[in-house]
Structure formats: C-alpha cells, structure tokens
Design a protein around this ligand. Structure first.
Ligand code: ASP
Length: 438
C-alpha cells in the first residue's frame, strides 16, 4: 500500500482512468462502430469480455479463502473480549445492531431510489452465473441451512452462510483455547495476511479489468449507464448521512445522554482523517486520542476502537446493501424477503470480515452477492467509482466505533462530562496524537 503512493498514478487513479477509458471506448463502439462480427464477436464478447470476466474470476477466486481466514481472525479478536466481560459483550451487541440497522437503511433507501432501473444488464449476464431463484425456502429451512453438514463441502461449494458460521465458531474456539493452540491460531492469522497480500496483488490489475467490464457494458447500452451510476452513488451517500444523522444521533441521545451535534463537531477531525485515508485501521490512533480529549476514557476506547475497526463497518455495510439492490435491478433479478434477510446477515458478517484498509469492502461484497446468487461481475460496474464512496463510508465506519464507545463509556461511568463541555470551543488540540498508548 505504501509503495503505490510513490508511483506516478496511484491505484485509485488508475482504476478511475480504466473506468473513464472503458466508458469512452464503450460509447465509441456503441455509437460509431457498425454492427458486425468484428464488433460483436471479437471486440465486445471477445476482448472486452475476456479482460472483464477474467478479472472477475480472479476476484471470485479470492472470496472463499479471504472470507474464511478473515472471519476466523476477526472472531478470534471477538473471543478475546471475554477479558472485558460485560463491556465487551455490550460493545459487540451495539456494533452488530448498528450494522444491521445500517444495512436496513441502505436497502430501504435503494428500494426507494431504484438506482439500477434503466441499466439493462440482462443481456450481459455470463452463462455460468444465471440465477436460480426457483427454490422457495421456508424460514426454517433457511435457518437450518446455515449449519453446514459438512464444512469442507461448504468451502468447496462456496456456501457463504455456512462458511461464516463455521469460521465464527472456529475463531471463537481458538480464542478460548488461547495458548493451547498457538500453531493453528498463527496459521489462521498468517492465512489472513496471505489472502490480503493476494488481494492487493490482484487489485493491481483492477484498472485493466474495470476497463474491460465498463467497455463491455457501455458498448452494449451506450449513455443509458450514466444516470443509474449517479443514482447508486447518491443512494449510498444518502444512506450514510441517515446513519449518522438518525441512527447515531438517536443512540447518542437515548443511550449516551449526549448532544449529537456537539459530539459531531468535536469529532469532525477524525471523520476528515478517515475520509482522506479511507482506512479505519489508520484512523484508530486519532480516534482514541480525540475521544480522550472529549472526556471519553481510554480505558474503554483503547479496547473498543481497535475492535470496532476490525469488526464494525456500518458504512461498508451500507454500500453493500445499496450495491445489492443496484445490481439486482440492473440484472433484472427480483429479490425475496428471504434474500433481504440473508443480505442483512451476510453484510453484517462481511463487516466483521472486512479489513480496515481501503477497498476491501468491495471484495467482501462478493460474499454478500454469492449468498443470494447475484452475479459477481456486477461488482465491476461500481468498482470504478468506489474510491470516493470508500472515503465517505470509512468516515462513517469510524464514527460508528466512536459512538458506541461513547455510549459504553457513559454507561460505565467513564465519560467525563466536564471535560466534554469544557472542550466545545477548543478544537486546536483535538489532533494531539502524542499520548496514545495502545
Ligand atoms: N475502507 C474501509 C475501512 O477501512 C473498508 C472498506 O469498506 O473497504 O473502513
């Protein structure tokens, strides 16, 4: 990640260039190249398709091992919380509930705005990803289906809910056994590192992949693609604003007895930092020190903020909820209530499994898509515009961690109100990073 900054164009810029060039190429092909074998067979279904689909297959290749290792590693972190007992459990409960609310808001907003209507991708669906929505599962079947009869088969078939269930259990047990199982624990953590490295390597070819996907899309549909993409971005941003303005504000007021406006005013530098780095991991120190300045004890935040950066990603979940609706609509797939419930579950788990660095939310999105059978190549549609949304959602991810931390501190009597009130005017030393001891 460090190295890429030294290059002339960073990865983000290159992905964006891939998007623009792909869009222009696609439009030229759509409007200027007459229908012919060359255009349809060689260019659109040949070159563009091979580049785009090849890249999506690389992404799909990552999904099962990445999700498995990252959820094991993430739940090992949760398992550790027993040392904090009640505080740990309360924090985790808040984290999971706020994430589930976030996705629900996202699904609702996207269902109102309908970002994917008008983007007809039905003709572009690859054969192998044709959706099978014939099985009318009952609620009981669905619930039972989460338990894998054979975890190895679940991994081989890419059954996401079953993989999550098994990985969660494994991680919690490893954390519980602690020093008795150092080797397997290390293998899991190292597996996680390896898959992250593989992800970063594959992301290097993302600009070319995005070029192929977008060129193929736009050569098929021309200008019809722009408005839906803008609506997608708008839906994500509206849902992010609602999560902060409504969910967080209400939680702060009701459970934390704190004025949300005063809180957000003091907290703004952290959101700015998260926005510019697009990494909740990098934002951990400034998050802790700012909360400390605001009177929220490090006794709580030194534990809850790193944990939140690992398992609590409300902004990411929002993007995933909107993306589900966007892609389902674009591909003409209707989703059932069961699908929505599955999305709430898997996106909450994806939030546990998403690493706190830029762009990973897009990879774990593949797991959410898999869980309800949406075509993973749909991710290619939103990849080019993801970075700006990544910045915005990371700011929300970090705010969510801070809100829960504040509530828990308040309830544990570790919130210094005088300090909070007294610091209203004093924004200058919020950025003091010197006294963070993690
Ligand atoms: N960039 C996000 C974070 O670090 C993760 C993601 O959604 O890609 O919080």
């Amino acid at each position: 990640m460090e190295a890429k900054k030294k290059k002339k164009f960073g990865l983000t810029t290159r992905i964006f260039l891939g998007l623009i060039l792909g869009g222009i190429t696609g439009l030229i092909v759509h409007y200027l190249v007459p229908e012919s074998t060359f255009r349809d067979t060689i260019l659109i279904n040949g070159v563009f398709n091979v580049i785009g689909t090849g890249f999506m297959r690389l992404m799909q290749m990552l999904v099962v091992p990445l999700v498995f290792f990252s959820i094991v590693a993430g739940s090992m972190a949760i398992g550790d919380t027993k040392k904090l007992g009640r505080v740990g459990l309360k924090t985790i409960a808040f984290y999971l509930v706020t994430t589930a609310i976030a996705i629900t808001i996202a699904l609702t907003v996207a269902n109102i705005i309908n970002p994917g209507f008008g983007l007809d991708m039905t003709s572009v669906v690859a054969e192998e990803t044709t959706i099978d929505h014939t099985s009318a599962e009952t609620g009981v079947d669905m619930l039972l289906g989460i338990i894998p009869k054979n975890p190895v088969a679940a991994l081989a078939e890419g059954n996401m809910l079953q993989i999550i269930m098994f990985a969660l259990l494994l991680g919690l047990i490893l954390a519980h056994l602690g020093n008795k199982v150092p080797i397997i624990s290390r293998v899991m953590n190292e597996g996680n590192d390896i898959m992250m490295t593989m992800t970063f390597i594959i992301m290097k070819v993302a600009p070319i992949g995005v070029f192929g996907l977008i060129a193929k899309t736009f050569s098929g549909i021309g200008f019809d693609g722009f408005l839906p993409m803008l609506k997608y971005m708008g839906s994500v941003i509206i849902a992010l604003i609602l999560q902060v303005g409504f969910t967080y504000s209400l939680i702060l007021l009701v459970f934390g007895r704190t004025n949300p406006l005063a809180f957000l005013k003091k907290f703004a530098p952290v959101m700015g930092f998260a926005f510019s780095t697009a990494s909740s991991g990098a934002t951990v120190p400034i998050n802790i020190s700012t909360l400390d300045e605001m009177g929220i004890s490090k006794k709580i935040s030194a534990f809850t903020i790193p944990l939140g950066a690992t398992i609590n990603m409300d902004g990411t979940a929002i993007m995933q909820g909107v993306a589900v609706i966007f892609v389902a609509q674009a591909y003409g797939i209707s989703l059932s209530l069961g699908d929505f419930i599955t999305v709430i579950g898997t996106a909450t788990m994806a939030s546990v499994g998403t690493a706190a660095v830029p762009g990973v939310g897009l990879i774990t999105l593949a797991m959410v898509f898999n869980s309800i059978g949406l075509p993973v190549e749909g991710i290619g549609l939103i990849m080019g515009i993801d970075r700006i949304l990544d910045m915005a959602r990371t700011a929300v991810n970090c705010t969510g961690d801070a809100i829960v931390t504040t509530v828990v501190s308040h309830q544990e009597g570790l919130f210094d109100r005088n300090q909070f009130e007294g610091k209203v005017q004093d924004d200058d030393d919020l950025l003091n990073l010197d006294d963070v001891d993690l």
